[in-house]
Design a protein around this ligand. Structure first.
Ligand code: GDP
Length: 358
């Protein structure tokens, strides 16, 4: 499945956040036999629709979609001036599908900032610079090879040109993701360029920031159009230890109406370009993860590969129509249940029953 790699300068709260990500019990509850790597944190995507569906269908349980975060330790300023980013760091981050940068905006004289002061923009630029320099190294090696190939093979020309263009963009201090309209990144896919991945920013904040809409808007603007999430990593870790009522009190005291991990899960899902569709029956009401733009057979394939191969059609009703009708039977009577074929592009919140040959 797709993952977000967590990066950030030392002492910004990565480990604290990652502990909160791994201490939630969604995996144990829903996937008792799943084995996951110690550096992977899996969080449920909160979805109130599942509880409504479970009511409508009398489902015994709900199973949310999940988002996976990988802890990628070890980026420090100047890595590129010395031996470069560590090999393990590079290997891990290349495998991530998106990058989640944690930025410190909390004040605490007891926690030393590597650069002596809390400066979110400087932190963002430091990390960007390291990733840009790593990509430049990758590109410089590749360009020599691609140019040679392009001299003898015409079909290698577009990739060589894209690589040259990408180098220009990076030389100008910009990430490839932010310059997507200027260069066809897909031609360079095999290079696993770090700055071509989508970014998500987590501002590890204190109460002063969390309760200030102006400050939040200012910070969000620094990273737009990327998603920004505001949370207090220490509070997130504490929340998991509390019962429902104490949890609500603690959240209120820092001006939040839900755990920051919820917002993080949603933003992670969005950054990865994912969406969900829903299935329900007496056993469970469940959300399934698909890429935005997935067709009905591709969606069926997420449940079982045989379902994609044997796909015949899908019976689909939107969540809103189903809930308004009150039951699947009433939704059918009301003409709200559509029969869709193999070219249908799924919409978020489609409630689906697949018909297939096995
Ligand atoms: P990492 O180096 O990025 O993994 O940072 P850590 O998670 O180890 O955090 C560094 C220090 O900052 C630890 O002493 C944490 O307890 C503290 N810390 C982390 N998050 C917060 C926060 O939101 N507020 C405050 N005040 N301290 C935090």
């Amino acid at each position: 499945s797709l993952t977000l790699g967590i990066v950030g300068l030392p002492n910004v709260g990565k480990s604290t956040l990652f502990n909160a990500l791994t201490n939630n019990d969604v995996l144990a509850a829903n996937y008792p036999f799943a084995t996951i790597e110690p550096n992977v944190g899996v969080v449920p995507l909160p979805d109130p629709r599942l509880d409504r569906l479970a009511e409508v269908f009398g489902s015994a349980r709900t199973v949310p979609a999940t988002v996976s975060f990988v802890d990628i330790a070890g980026i420090v300023r100047g890595a590129s001036e010395g031996a470069g980013l560590g090999n393990q760091f590079l290997a891990n981050i290349r495998e991530a599908n998106a990058i989640c940068q944690v930025i410190r905006v909390f004040d605490d004289p007891d926690v030393i900032h590597v650069d002596g002061q809390v400066d979110p923009l400087a932190d963002i630029e430091t990390i960007n610079t390291e990733l840009i320099l790593a990509d430049l190294q990758t590109l410089e090696k590749a360009i020599t090879r691609l140019e040679k190939e392009a001299r003898t093979r015409k079909d290698a020309r577009p990739a060589a040109d894209a690589a040259a263009k990408a180098k220009d963009i990076l030389d100008g201090g910009r990430t490839l993701f932010s310059a997507q309209r200027e260069v066809d990144i897909s031609l360079l896919r095999e290079m696993h360029l770090l700055t071509a991945k989508p970014f998500l920013y987590v501002f590890n904040a204190d109460e002063a920031v969390l309760t200030s809409p102006d400050r939040r808007a200012e910070l969000a603007k620094l990273v737009a159009p990327a998603d920004a999430v505001f949370l207090d990593a220490k509070v997130e870790a504490e929340l998991l230890e509390l019962d429902e009522e104490s949890r609500r009190e603690l959240l209120e005291s820092v001006g939040q109406d839900e755990p920051g991990l919820y917002a993080l899960a949603r933003a992670g899902f969005h950054t990865l370009g994912l969406q969900t569709y829903l299935t329900a029956g007496p056993k469970e009401a469940r959300a399934w993860t698909i890429p935005q733009g997935a067709t009905a057979p591709q969606a069926a394939g997420v449940i079982h590969t045989d379902f994609e191969r044997g796909f015949i059609k899908a019976e689909i009703v939107s969540f809103e129509d189903l809930v308004a009708a009150g039951s699947m039977a009433s939704a059918k009577t009301a003409g709200k249940v559509r029969i869709e074929g193999k070219d249908y592009v799924m919409a978020d919140g489609d409630v689906v029953e697949f018909r297939f040959n096995v």
